[in-house]
Design a protein around this ligand. Structure first.
Ligand code: FES
Length: 110
């Protein structure tokens, strides 16, 4: 099976508050964009691997988001759920066009 990738324009950096988040939709996927305190933007599927909590509504601490439902901690860089819980959320590579202030995501398709 070949994998295809697609680069999708999903918004402007200025639309995501520092230390805040924003949700976007690409096809059937809901994706949460987080802008960390250092300005870095990270993207994960907006669905906790536990019971589907909306990660975009969680509190961010460093690079980890706390799920608003049962407080699982998920690393936004790797997508990994932190001990003592286990699991993984899908992450998407982010590319920034600094000159124009645009955010692109890379999506993979089978
Ligand atoms: S749904 Fe996220 S911790 Fe339970």
């Amino acid at each position: 099976m070949t994998m295809h990738t697609r680069k999708v324009l999903v918004g402007e950096v200025a639309d995501v508050d520092r230390k805040g988040s924003r949700t976007i939709r690409v096809d059937e996927l809901e994706i949460a964009l987080f802008r960390l305190s250092d300005g870095q933007i990270l993207a994960v599927e907006n669905k906790c691997p536990h019971k589907g909590g909306l990660l975009s509504e969680g509190m961010v601490c460093g690079t980890k988001v706390h799920c608003p439902l049962h407080d699982w901690r998920i690393d936004l860089v790797s997508g990994r759920v932190q001990d003592p819980d286990t699991g993984c959320v899908r992450t998407f590579p982010v590319a920034i066009d600094a000159e124009r202030g645009l955010i692109y995501l890379t999506l993979q398709y089978a």
